[in-house]
Ligand binder design. Structure first.
Ligand code: F6P
Length: 363
């Protein structure tokens, strides 16, 4: 092992820079050269977008959000949006060019940091002969093979802080505040922040909700003299018999539809059904920004250092996973197979119910 490359793909998450720091420091200590591919796979296609990473380049980045390498949701080399001379965008398979770039630059290993989409791409390259190690990243915490992904803890902290702030304004106005949080098809951010942020109602993708139950909880609050309520809605939540709200496919080359809109829909239903003054807000990308919490920093640093250890052992086509108390490696193919959803029998769900949070069902 002489020369490795690291890339960051998909949506950013707090902690990406900490992974880069740990990879550069650990690999350099072993005498390896480290390179960074900018904007996902662009560095493999354009040498100006492949940068040498020295320890001095990463010295102060651990506490900084985002990624110094840049990232993209439209960077799938198997279906990359490329403009022709007429300015029209077409989806082109440039995977052979990526492989050629990887070989031309004589890399021995590619550490691909990303969520399920990026890890699936990494696995496809592994099948084409690229020695790949995946590092799981996503604020959604929805990868089954690892106990946690970094970025999640920071997103939960941000959402909880927002809920804490909303209590005083909701209380002053006797209002219902409906807060839509991220998480795609998993309700982790909604559940954790809802419990910690004192929500009255938390709506998860895992439990199709009933508006009668939601309104009954708000009315019950009123009867007990609590004239305001906080409702947390996961962006992937849906009504019983309904479907998720989306904002379309977004830019060309995106793999997944953009979720969103369910918060405002729930707020409107509350207004119409019980006539309460109701406001909604979408926390959106605030949840992806800012400095990683110490939990995320430590997890990201451990992931980066473990990725280099696994590279040294030649454990390719695998993903680093946190399987407490150890860091282990799992086959990429297995890691991307299923999404992790909230276990409805888990202690967190039981806790939510015990402390009186309505989860949108009739229990
Ligand atoms: O997967 C991370 C995530 O933040 C989701 O929670 C959210 O649905 C999506 O990415 C938003 O994507 P974009 O940054 O493209 O708007």
């Amino acid at each position: 092992m002489n020369k490795i490359v690291i890339s960051t793909g998909g949506g950013d998450a707090p902690g990406l820079n900490a992974v880069i720091f740990a990879v550069v420091k650990s690999a350099t200590k072993l005498g390896w050269e480290v390179y960074g591919s900018l904007q996902g796979y662009q560095g493999f296609l354009d040498k100006d977008k492949m940068v040498r990473l020295m320890p001095a380049d990463v010295q102060e980045i651990t506490s900084i959000g985002g990624t110094i390498l840049g990232t993209t949701n439209r960077g799938n080399p198997f279906s990359m949006p490329i403009k022709n001379f007429a300015g029209e965008e077409k989806l082109i398979d440039v995977s052979d060019k990526v492989m050629a770039g990887f070989r031309r630059m004589s890399f021995d290993c590619h550490i691909a940091v990303g969520g399920d989409g990026s890890l699936e791409i990494a696995h496809r390259f592994a099948e084409m002969g690229m020695p790949v190690i995946g590092v799981p990243k996503t604020i959604d915490n929805d990868l089954e093979a690892t106990d946690r992904t970094f970025g999640f803890d920071t997103a939960v902290s941000t959402a909880t802080e927002a809920l804490d702030k909303l209590h005083s304004t909701a209380k002053s106005h006797d209002r219902v505040m409906v807060v839509e949080v991220m998480g795609r098809d998993s309700g982790w951010i909604a559940l954790y922040s809802g419990i910690c942020g004192g929500a009255d109602v938390v709506l998860l993708p895992e439990i199709p909700f009933d508006m009668d139950a939601v309104c009954a909880k708000i009315t019950e609050n009123e009867l007990h003299g609590k004239r305001y309520s906080i409702v947390v809605v996961a962006e992937g939540a849906k009504e019983e018999g309904g479907s998720v709200r989306t904002r379309g496919k977004g830019e060309a080359g995106r793999e997944e539809v953009l979720l969103g809109g369910i918060g405002e829909w729930v707020a409107e239903e509350i207004r119409q059904r019980i006539g309460k003054d109701t406001r909604s807000l979408v926390l959106g990308h605030l949840q992806r920004g800012g400095s990683p919490t110490t939990f995320d920093r430590l997890l990201a640093l451990r992931f980066g250092a473990a990725a280099v250890r696994f590279a040294a052992e030649g454990q390719f086509d695998r993903m680093v996973a946190w399987t407490p108390p150890t860091m282990s490696s799992v086959m990429l193919e297995d890691a991307i197979r299923c999404r992790k959803q909230v276990d409805l029998k888990s202690d967190k769900v039981l806790t939510a119910r015990s402390i009186g949070i309505c989860l949108g069902d009739k229990e």
